[in-house]
Design a protein around this ligand. Sequence first.
Ligand code: PRP
Ligand code: URA
Length: 209
Amino acid sequence: MSKVYVFDHPLIQHKVALMRQTNTSVKDFRELAREIALLMGFEATRHLPLEEVEIETPICKTKVNMLKGEDIAIIPILRAGLGFVDGMLELVPNAKVGHVGLYRDPDTHEPVEYYCKLPKDIEKRQIFVVDPMLATGGSAVAAIDFIKQRGGTNITFMCLIAAPEGIEALQSAHPDVDIYIAAKDECLNENAYIVPGLGDAGDRLYGTK
Ligand code: PRP
Ligand code: URA
């Protein structure tokens, strides 16, 4: 079974609290998403592979460990997942970025795919799928299905807020995928929105409501 990491770091809790507030501006919401991605990414990348390379310091030649940056892929689930990309790229600037486009049907709440473009060598890469919200889990499960169908194997999922229902659905569909969460909330409401949550993450990131 996959591992679930819930962050208790005060900086992350504070920033998530600001994002939840209705009166947080689009500009601040976007900036907070970038900052939280960076803070969470620091821990979520703990197991990244290193390679030994020889360098020269002003004193002598030596062997040091460096990231195999070209082996990483960040895959946001559109739209709201885009809010996490810049923070992650600040940590791993050489990572490739793939995109999976999904939206939830407003009536059935089922995910509908409209776009998928991944790095060609996805099967070799350590993949970070990012999306601020894990509600029913339908979108994350479907996105990871698409990535696996195209050869992805080594996958981590990162989100801002998760409902227990979404965590359970993702763990049961993809028991090999570890999950990093900034905050675990109480439940879903009748519209499958997370309670207390932060509302519609895509609308809040892009000011579309
Ligand atoms: C939101 C969110 C997730 C999904 C979570 O996207 O960004 O992708 O809902 O819900 P689920 O766990 O029940 O599938 P949405 O469908 O609203 O699309 P958007 O990002 O384009 O706004
Ligand atoms: N998608 C969102 O953006 N927010 C929720 O609470 C649930 C799904």
